[in-house]
Ligand binder design. Structure first.
Ligand code: FA5
Ligand code: MG
Length: 457
């Protein structure tokens, strides 16, 4: 990130990422630590667990075109508009998304490349794997940079005509080509609410049914393949006998209808692994392929890799420690991850008053108030927890394991809001000294005051 001057002598901030330069504006909220993750490309590093997981999934989709090197900085048109996100959708807000300027973001999902890939019209199916970026909570399954795989499969209506079949028949023929499994699906056909998830105009009921069957069978096949690989990776007899439980739940996305999520029962709870649905016809129409219909999904590669290897903490994927990386090999069958010794946790609390409610607050408005580049200054009314999370990441890097709200109350007289967060400091690769933890915590507290204007208690 460097300062340049324009012709009238006013400083203009620019960021250059891998040779591409962007002029920042008041929307800029991307810290350099996030930008520095861009060159890592974990999903293409040889023998990295995300690479092996990606390849395992790709092997279940023969003939699909793969894309693994699409650049992560995209326009708001690609990330939102092309997918039918309404102008006031929360996903667009600066509390959730990393912006470089008002029309440029770090992609928040691989769906940002859907429309462009449909437009190329080079294959019936495609898979896009990539790093994605979100301002989010901090815990063992959430990290501000993670990896998704987008998949889509479409059929050309004209092909059905040429073959003298209905479109539904053509698709059912393809359903029969997907390997069958014997896993019981708890809820194969959840109730779909037509007011939120309507059948699309121009899609006949039997067509939607066939596409949905192809979508579900394809993704169940992926999860079963991962589960079988995970089962052979463990030597623990009890774990290898536990049956796989999966279910479909209704979901909502602006770019698919109807939509579903697939969940897997894992460590006593249902874990969402992907979102999916029938592609909105307007996306295909706008991409110049109006004769095509089909499905799309987006899955979290870390979530799948955690299932496959039993990796307990999402930060580990970023480790360069040989004790982590040395445990994975693309040329051997997957082996369950053996944690190197777990170092002690160190909990520290911070309590503060939010700044008094400002009457001119822009909270709830369509566009955010302009603030200094890189800062997320906010009023009590505009307070967002993701700002606390980001400061913790900025100050402590990967030494913060999670940050949890432990108490919140409003003062009965002044109406001011008080928050208490508990930070768990734990280094993944060594024991943190007490002095180090104290020092990090002191810096975290100072930054909360400087950046958010809170008053420490
Ligand atoms: C999406 O991102 C949609 N683009 C998915 C989609 C694609 C739907 C195509 C329909 C058609 P969602 O935000 O739920 O949806 O994320 C998809 C998956 O990414 C989740 O199921 C989860 O596996 C993973 N994921 C989401 N947030 C995180 C996170 N912070 N850390 C790790 N994995 C995450
Ligand atoms: Mg989701």
């Amino acid at each position: 990130c460097q300062l340049r001057y324009n012709s009238s002598g006013t400083p203009q901030k620019e960021v250059t990422v891998e040779g591409k330069t962007y002029t920042t504006d008041s929307w800029m909220n991307t810290p350099s630590t996030i930008l520095s993750a861009i060159p890592r490309r974990l999903h293409t590093q040889p023998d990295h667990p995300l690479t092996i997981t990606r390849q395992l999934i790709e092997s279940r989709f023969p003939g699909y075109q793969t894309h693994n090197n699409l650049f992560p900085i995209v326009t708001t048109h690609q990330n939102f508009d092309s997918l039918g996100f309404p102008p006031d959708h929360v996903g667009r807000s600066r509390t959730d998304t990393y912006y470089l300027n008002a029309s440029t973001v770090l992609r928040t999902h691989t769906s940002a490349h859907q429309a462009d890939t449909f437009r190329k019209d080079e294959a019936d199916g495609f898979l896009i794997s990539a790093d994605v970026y979100r301002r989010d909570a901090i815990d063992r399954s959430h990290y501000p940079v993670f990896h998704q795989m987008e998949g889509a499969r479409t059929w050309d209506r004209r092909l059905a005509e040429k073959q003298g079949k209905t479109l539904a028949q053509l698709i059912w023929d393809d359903v029969d080509k997907i390997p069958k499994h014997s896993v019981e699906v708890s809820d194969p056909n959840p109730t779909i609410h037509p007011e939120r998830n309507p059948l699309q105009d121009g899609h006949a009921a039997d067509e939607t049914e066939a596409i949905a069957a192809h979508l579900k069978r394809s993704l169940e096949d992926v999860v079963v393949a991962i589960f079988n690989a995970a089962r052979s990776a463990t030597t623990d007899a009890a774990a290898s006998e536990e049956p796989l439980k999966i279910r479909w739940v209704e979901a909502y996305f602006p770019f698919t209808s109807p939509s579903w999520e697939l969940e897997v029962f894992w460590q006593g709870d249902w874990l969402e692994v992907l979102g999916s649905g029938i592609v909105q016809q307007s996306i295909l129409d706008n991409a110049g392929v109006p004769h095509r219909v089909g499905w799309a999904f987006g899955l979290g590669l870390e979530r799948i890799a955690m299932l496959l290897y039993g990796i307990p903490d999402i930060r580990l994927f970023w480790s360069t420690d040989a004790r982590f990386l040395g445990q994975f090999s693309a040329s051997a069958a997957p082996k369950r991850f053996t944690p190197f010794s777990k170092y002690p946790a160190c909990f520290k609390d911070v309590s503060f008053w939010l700044p008094a409610r400002s009457s001119s607050s822009a909270a709830g408005g369509a566009s955010p108030p302009p603030t200094a580049a890189g800062s997320t200054a906010t009023t009590g009314a505009g307070f967002h927890e993701n700002d606390v999370m980001e400061i913790a990441r900025e100050v402590c890097g990967d030494v913060v394991e999670d940050v949890r709200l432990t108490d919140e109350f409003v003062h009965p007289k002044t109406g001011r809001r008080s928050m208490c967060y508990r930070v768990n400091y734990r280094h993944l690769e060594r024991t943190l000294t007490n002095d180090e933890a104290n020092d990090l915590h002191a810096r975290f507290r100072r930054e909360l005051v400087d950046k958010l204007g809170v008053e420490l208690r």
